[in-house]
Design a protein around this ligand. Structure first.
Ligand SMILES: Nc1ncnc2c1ncn2[C@@H]1O[C@H](COP(=O)(O)OP(=O)(O)OP(=O)(O)O)[C@@H](O)[C@H]1O
Length: 310
C-alpha cells in the first residue's frame, strides 16, 4: 500500500508538485499519468525518499521509505534505468544488490529469467545494453527482494511493442497476486491496458483520479449533428464544456443531458454516444493542457472517487 498525502515540492519559486494525494491499494495497478514536466518523477522520488517534500507525507506499508528497515524487500523501485553501474555486467549488478539486500544469490538467476535477460545478455556490461535492456535489468533489480510494492517511472521507455506487452503481463500478474504497482507514463495508451486506477497529474497538481472504468464512464459524450454550429452553440448556451473531438463534438456531460439540450434546441442529431476510450484520451489531453488553473484544497485532498478536478 502506498499513501501519498498532500505532497508539495518547491524548487525556489517553482512548485514542481502541489498538494498531491492518492492511495495505491494491494492487488491493483495504478497508472500515474501526465505530460513531460507534470511532476510524476518528483512525486515518485518523494515516495522513495530521494527528494524530501517541502510539505506532506508519503508512506509505503505505513512508513516513510527512509524508515523501512530493508526497503528493497518491501518496495521495488525503478526510477531511472540509465542510472546503473555501466562497468558491471547485468549479473554482477544484481549480485551486488542481492548481497546488499541479504537476498540469496540464486534469486539473481530467477529474476534475470523473469525479465527475459538470457545468459549472454547477463554477461554483457551494462554500458553495452540498449535502453530496453536497461529497463529489463532495472525491473529485475526492483523484483530482486521479492517486494509486495513496485514503483516504476516510465518503465516502458525503450521497450519495443513486444516488450511493452510482456511488461504489462508481468505487472498484471504481480498485482493479481496481491502486489501494489504504481506505474508512471506520459502516454495514456501505455497504462490504460494494464491499470485498474488512474491518477492524472498536470502542472504539478492532480487533475483527475479514480477507477479506470469510472473515469471512462465519466469521460463525456460524443455527439454529431449535420448543423454542427447550431449544436455547439446550444451546448455552450447550456453551460456544458464542448471540445472538438476526432469523431464529433466531445461534451463534458452524459448522453441524456446532451440529448435533452439538442431536443430543446431543435437540433437533429446524427450520433450520440458515451465517449469511451477516445474520450478518456481527449479528457487527458484537455486536462493536462489546462492543468495550471487553480485547484482548491477540498478537491485535491478528497479520497479518490473517480472525480475529475477542474
Ligand atoms: N531538481 C530540480 N530542480 C529544479 N526543478 C526541478 C527539479 N526536479 C524537477 N524540477 C521541475 O519540476 C517539474 C516537474 O518535473 P518532473 O521531472 O517531476 O516531471 P515529470 O512528470 O516526471 O516529467 P518527465 O516525464 O519529463 O520526467 C518540472 O518543471 C521540472 O523542471
Amino acid at each position: 500500500m502506498i499513501a501519498v498525502h498532500q505532497l508539495t515540492r518547491r524548487y525556489g519559486r517553482h512548485t514542481a508538485v502541489e498538494d498531491v494525494s492518492f492511495h495505491c491499494e494491494p492487488g491493483t495497478v495504478t497508472g500515474f499519468l501526465g505530460p513531460n514536466g507534470a511532476g510524476k518523477s518528483t512525486t515518485m522520488r518523494m515516495i522513495c525518499g530521494l527528494t524530501p517534500p517541502t510539505s506532506g507525507t508519503a508512506t509505503v506499508d505505513g512508513r516513510p521509505y527512509r524508515h523501512l528497515p530493508n526497503p528493497g524487500r518491501i518496495v521495488g523501485v525503478l526510477l531511472d534505468a540509465s542510472a546503473q553501474h555501466a562497468g558491471r555486467t547485468g549479473r554482477e549488478a544484481l549480485t551486488v544488490a542481492a548481497a546488499t539486500m541479504g537476498v540469496d544469490r540464486r534469486r539473481v538467476g530467477e529474476v534475470l529469467d523473469r525479465v527475459g535477460l538470457g545468459p549472454a545478455a547477463a554477461r554483457r556490461r551494462v554500458r553495452a545494453y540498449s535502453l530496453g535492456m536497461r529497463q529489463r535489468l532495472g525491473l529485475a533489480h526492483a523484483l530482486l527482494g521479492d517486494p509486495r510494492v513496485l514503483v516504476l517511472d516510465e518503465p516502458a521507455n525503450g521497450l519495443d511493442p513486444e516488450g511493452i506487452f510482456w511488461m504489462r503481463g508481468l505487472l498484471r500478474d504481480f498485482a493479481d497476486r496481491g502486489g501494489t504497482v504504481l506505474l508512471s507514463s506520459h502516454l495514456l495508451r501505455e497504462v490504460e491496458a494494464v491499470a485498474d486506477r488512474l491518477v492524472v497529474i498536470g502542472g504539478g497538481r492532480i487533475v483527475a483520479q479514480g477507477g479506470k472504468d469510472e473515469l471512462l464512464a465519466g469521460a463525456g459524450t460524443v455527439v454529431r449533428a449535420r448543423d454542427g454550429a447550431a449544436l455547439r452553440a446550444a451546448l455552450q448556451r447550456a453551460g456544458l464544456t464542448v471540445s472538438e473531438g476526432s469523431e464529433g463534438l466531445l461534451v463534458g456531460a452524459d448522453t441524456d443531458a446532451v440529448g435533452e439540450v439538442a431536443r430543446t434546441a431543435g437540433v437533429a442529431l446524427s450520433e450520440l454516444r458515451p465517449a469511451g476510450g477516445g474520450g478518456l484520451e481527449q479528457l487527458f489531453l484537455t486536462l493536462t493542457a489546462t492543468a495550471p488553473g487553480p485547484v482548491t484544497h477540498s478537491t485535491t485532498s478528497a479520497e479518490p472517487t473517480g472525480e475529475v478536478v477542474r
